[in-house]
Design a protein around this ligand. Structure first.
Ligand SMILES: *Cc1c(COP(=O)(O)O)cnc(C)c1O
Length: 396
């Protein structure tokens, strides 16, 4: 598409998407694509889900927005659903993942300040991704995102993900929070080890620091549990959520345990955060994924997908490396071919996937994906792999 108006912030695929249904999206000319990107883990109920559409439609007719100076039922209802399904505490609503992390960072700073003037350091992991606004950008442990934007926010430092020793070496009484993704998304679907998450919990308790889990990508049922930490059995003090929460409507949330719930009027706010439209979408999504058997099916389909991928890896051992992830959050590490080329070829064959760090392709289908659609996606992946020889040369 010729573009004279939009900033050049994305390398976009040559397609103009128009509408979708379930796991399929269509472009303007009627060409269909199997959507294993889900708007990057956003459209968890697929496209045009009946319950989501009707929740949004009826809320639009009632009240789209009002200020947080007033109460609305959808906001309270969604907060209740989140607390009942996580841990005791309180919720603040945002419009995105990065804003949820900003709120978590501000909560941590205030929590620290109340204990000691020098308790403000925040630790995050190398290769993490927490968002694009300055606090979250600083927490993001990747130099390539920092390069042009220094000076960043003061008081941040980084540890090696999955290294207890590295985290321990950075901890002291000045640390007010440790933030990490239980499963790193943007850097290639890298799960934390059980030992590491447990050690992070123990270290935070020992030094009186808050433990923040950024589940913006791995939360909302993607792993087969509502939140990934529930798989590990390690509870954070603060949980940040976004992407899938509104099923496509922009909304984020930060859940803080009673200990971390330190905001008072004036400390933080958002004009749009928690508006009735976004919260109605969030309620519809939560109700759907909390239905009996829904998450169990995500787990089953994830296992099915992984097993089939292992079969494909046996056929193409020189092209496929590690298979990582859990549930419907799967990373396929490639060897000898670039994830970019692979994703582009999948696109040409009608399958949408997402490249990420470590030369890994992410498969993030809607949680409502059908097994036959998983089969179709894997068939395309096998075809694409057949298009490369053992050294990764394109032979199609
Ligand atoms: C996408 C993502 C964010 C940022 O969310 P936005 O809604 O794009 O601001 C933060 N953390 C993680 C783990 C993410 O995957």
């Amino acid at each position: 598409m010729k573009n004279n108006y939009l900033m050049n912030t994305y390398n976009r695929f040559p397609v103009i998407l128009d509408h979708g249904k379930g796991s399929v999206v269509w472009d303007k000319d009627g060409r269909s694509f199997l959507d294993f990107s889900s708007g990057i883990a956003v459209n968890i109920l697929g496209h045009s889900h009946k319950k989501l559409v009707s929740a949004i439609e009826s809320q639009v007719r009632k009240l789209v927005h009002c200020s947080n100076l007033y109460w609305t039922e959808p906001q309270v209802e969604l907060a209740k659903l989140l607390i009942e399904n996580t841990f005791e505490g309180k919720v603040f609503f945002t419009n995105s993942g990065t804003e949820a992390n900003e709120a978590a960072i501000k909560l941590s700073r205030k929590y620290g300040k109340k204990k000691s003037i020098s308790k403000f350091r925040i630790l995050s992991a190398v290769n993490s991704f927490h968002g694009r606004t300055f606090g979250s950008l600083t927490a993001t442990g990747q130099e390539k995102y920092h390069e042009y934007f220094k000076p960043l926010v003061a008081g941040f430092d980084y540890f090696e993900f999955n290294s207890e020793e590295s985290l321990r070496s950075k901890m002291n009484d000045e640390v007010c929070a440790v933030i990490l993704e239980p499963i790193q998304g943007e850097s290639g679907i890298v799960p934390a080890s059980d030992d590491f998450l447990n050690a992070a919990r123990v270290l935070c308790d020992h030094y009186g620091a808050l433990l923040i889990f950024d589940e913006v990508q791995c939360g909302m049922g993607r792993t087969g549990k509502l939140f990934a930490y529930q798989k590990y059995g390690v509870k954070p003090d603060i949980l940040t959520i976004a992407k899938g929460l509104g099923g496509g409507v922009p909304i984020g949330a930060v859940v803080a345990s009673n200990k971390a719930d330190v905001f008072e009027p004036g400390d933080h706010g958002s004009t749009f955060g928690g508006n009735p439209l976004a919260c109605s979408a969030g309620i519809a999504v939560m109700r759907e994924i909390l239905k009996d058997g829904f998450l169990k099916r995500v787990e089953d389909k994830g296992r099915y997908l992984m097993k089939k991928l292992e079969g494909i890896k046996k056929i193409f051992p020189s092209l496929i490396g590690d298979l990582r992830g859990t549930g419907l959050m799967v990373g396929v590490e490639l060897k000898n071919i670039s994830s970019r080329d692979f994703v582009n070829n999948c696109f040409d064959h009608g399958l949408l996937t997402v490249p990420s760090g470590r030369n890994t392709v992410r498969l993030l289908p809607p949680l409502t994906v059908k097994k036959v659609e998983i089969d179709s996606a894997l068939k395309i992946i096998a075809e694409v792999l057949e298009g490369f020889d053992r050294t990764g040369r394109n032979i199609q």
